[in-house]
Design a protein around this ligand. Structure first.
Ligand SMILES: [Zn+2]
Length: 65
């Protein structure tokens, strides 16, 4: 993390289209996102973009799904 080296960094409210909101450090007053760690497919497990090269099958086998 390099927070603190930038003189204009301040606490910024971040809000996502899914309704999640949190605070971070940024030079912006407010940040609005379309996806975040709470609703991004990678984190929600929807696996939209991983279905290639048998990676889904390996994942399922690993966790006995
Ligand atoms: Zn979100």
């Amino acid at each position: 993390m390099k927070e603190g080296i930038h003189p204009n960094y301040k606490t910024t409210k971040v809000s996502c289209a899914c309704g999640s909101a949190w605070e971070t450090k940024s030079i912006e007053d407010e940040i609005r996102l379309d996806v975040c760690s709470a609703c991004h497919p990678f984190f929600t497990g929807q696996q939209k973009f991983v279905n290639r090269g048998g990676r889904v099958e390996k994942f399922k086998n690993k966790y006995n799904l």
